[in-house]
Design a binder for this molecule. Structure first.
Ligand code: FES
Length: 162
């Protein structure tokens, strides 16, 4: 009695003579190279994304010039309502603005006009009002500076320099 080939062979015929075209080693090589290329492309795209990502900040009116006497300070929020900042007029008359969030552990800094520093009461850190650099205490990074522009009698916040 002649045996019939199983039914699945008719539905899924295997061409044994062509089955040797792709060896396991070639498949492993292909998968390794493909994965490597994919990882390299991902890294290139990630690096390009970081390099060319330019944050866009709104231009927001934050105060009038007359509101700030020498050694005066005005709180505002920028670039979002969750970001407290301070605008102050230094003893030499220049206007500067900084994030109010201490770069040590995020307490709120306050302006100390007598010492002309931004002081953090949590761990007694201090920042220069000239550039935001830490001058005392545990903070090691400067306060983010808020770019400001004077337009007539108005002062606008236009960006953040980290
Ligand atoms: S949180 Fe400001 S000095 Fe520690």
């Amino acid at each position: 009695m002649a045996e019939h080939p199983p039914r699945w062979r008719e539905d899924f015929p295997i061409a044994w003579e062509r089955d040797q075209y792709l060896t396991r080693r070639e498949l492993a090589k292909f998968l390794t190279l493909g994965s490597g290329l994919f990882a390299a492309a991902t890294l290139v795209i990630a690096a390009a994304g970081r390099r060319f990502r330019v944050p866009v900040y709104p231009r927001v009116r934050i105060a009038r010039v007359a509101e700030l006497p020498v050694r005066g300070v005005l709180p505002f929020r920028y670039p979002t309502a969750e970001d407290p900042c301070l605008l102050l007029r230094r003893p030499d008359g220049t206007l500067v603005a900084y994030s109010q969030v201490c770069t040590h552990l995020s307490c709120a800094v306050v302006y100390e006009p007598a010492d002309n520093v931004l002081f953090c009461p949590c761990h007694h850190g201090s920042f220069s009002t000239a550039g935001g650099e830490p001058v005392a205490g545990p903070p090691r990074r400067p306060l983010p500076r808020i770019r400001i522009e004077q337009d007539g009698e108005d002062i606008f916040a236009t960006g953040v320099e980290v």
